[in-house]
Design a protein around this ligand. Structure first.
Ligand code: HEM
Length: 416
């Protein structure tokens, strides 16, 4: 590790305030508990016509993968078996909104919206940097230094909203660090995203010169991996264009920042509510890992994704026509009583079974091992450095809010 990093707690608080407008169109205003509704829809379905939001009474703007597409019919699935089937059959349930014969625009050309061979070719370029064996690379180069700096900034106060003052900046600074972006520039990207919606331009302005520099002289970072990657298409091998590299990097930032932040907040919320598990996690890194995994099953930050139906088909007895959008509701699938006993209970001691918080099939989360490494390193350091960490008894109870991106409103904690 190099020099110790210094972060200004006031700037962090200002930049990651969850009341910001950016969250409104992802259903940030949704404050009810969706799980009783998910349960009712699973029991009376498990497949229903409608978007996940409308089916549970959410009336706000819906913008996410597979949304809004108002001209199409929408169907949502609420059990594990159907959701798992959808994501494992991309030939019927495509990640691309293009119907046969249509050509891709720039908006349709990220890995998340590709299918088949093209998806495999693009994904395999970055996959080696995201395997479990690479976790230490991420931890030692970028995660630890950020985590320690954030704790330095709050340690003496004896109290913090850990959601904003701790969890929020870790994923952004980790991913930006892996691009070779400085901490100041990473915070500028964040400011551009939240204040003027100018995130992409700010991002391009900062990352494009790094792409040029790494083409000249590669370093030990992710942009260097991308500029050296070779793609074989139609029998011809070529390196990625600048636009491809920037597109890749922007996808990683968009997919990996808010998600890991909020899932870390959800894990801390669950652990602070059950101090006996917090104690056990402090003593045993395996328990901490189980506590993180159980939080993703119990309350996935992204509870629903979308797929585009390529030909007429049927899901759990419901006819689903070509051109519709189906929404596997991973959050509901993860509490399917056919798969988990007492599924509503957060229980890190339960037998581990595959869940869908990171998806499944060819699009399973590319960054899941990095996300797990960030959460384990961060929460592990909090438990090591802040003695007697506990929920703030004077603060109102935490609520987990949001429709398509869920997370705690605050995580008020005290220590010492
Ligand atoms: C706890 C944190 C995270 C959660 C819950 C999460 C969840 C997901 C889910 C459910 C998918 C599948 C989407 C689909 O099936 O259409 C996905 C895909 C993806 N995630 Fe994550 N993610 C997290 C963190 C990250 C991080 C840290 C990164 C990168 C640094 C990342 C990068 C990606 C990418 C690139 C994809 C698209 C993969 C593909 O289309 O092949 N994610 N994520």
């Amino acid at each position: 590790m190099g020099e110790r990093l210094v972060l200004d707690p006031a700037r962090i608080r200002e930049l990651f305030d969850l009341r910001s407008q950016v969250y409104a169109h992802m259903g940030g205003s949704y404050e009810a508990d969706p799980y009783p509704e998910f349960q009712r829809l699973r029991a009376s379905g498990p497949v229903h016509e409608g978007t996940p939001g409308r089916l549970i009474g959410f009336t706000g703007e819906e913008f996410f993968q597979g949304l809004p597409f108002p001209e199409r019919r929408h169907f949502s699935a609420f059990d594990f078996e159907t959701c798992d089937h959808i994501v494992r059959h991309p030939e019927t349930f495509s990640s691309s909104s293009l119907m046969p014969g249509e050509t891709a625009s720039l908006a349709d050309s990220s890995m998340l919206t590709m299918d088949g061979d093209q998806h495999r070719r693009y994904r395999s370029l970055v996959q080696p940097s995201f395997v479990p064996g690479r976790a230490r690379w991420w931890i030692e180069k970028w995660i630890e230094v950020t985590v320690e700096a954030l704790i330095d900034g709050i340690e003496a106060n004896g109290a913090a909203d850990l959601n904003v003052e701790f969890c929020a900046a870790i994923p952004l600074l980790t991913i930006c660090g892996s691009f070779g972006v400085t901490v100041e520039q990473a915070l500028d990207i964040r400011a551009a995203v939240t204040s003027q919606g100018r995130g992409i331009q700010e991002f391009m302005g900062i990352v494009a010169p790094i792409v040029a520099a790494r083409r000249e002289r590669p370093e030990d970072d992710l942009i260097s991996v991308l500029v050296q990657a070779e793609l074989t298409e139609d029998g011809e091998t070529h390196v990625l264009s600048d636009i491809d590299v920037l597109g890749f990097a922007f996808l990683l930032l968009a997919a990996g920042s808010g998600t890991t932040w909020k899932q870390m907040g959800i894990t801390l919320t669950a652990l602070l509510a059950q101090p006996e598990w917090l104690d056990r996690a402090r003593q045993d890194p395996d328990v901490l890992r189980a506590a993180i995994e159980e939080s993703t099953r119990w309350n996935a930050t992204d509870p629903a994704f979308g797929r585009f139906v390529m030909h007429d088909t049927e899901l759990a007895g419901v006819a689903v026509p070509s051109g519709s959008v189906v929404h596997p509701v991973f959050g509901a699938a993860n509490r399917d009583p056919a798969r988990w006993e007492n599924p509503d209970v957060y229980d890190p001691g339960r037998p581990m079974r595959t869940h869908l918080a990171f998806g499944n099939g060819p699009h399973i989360c590319l960054g899941m091992h990095v996300a797990r490494a960030e959460m384990a390193t961060a929460i592990g350091a909090l438990l090591r450095r802040l003695p007697n960490l506990r929920t703030d008894p004077d603060a109102p109870p935490t609520k987990i809010i949001g429709m398509y991106e869920r997370g705690p409103d605050t995580v008020p904690a005290v220590w010492g």
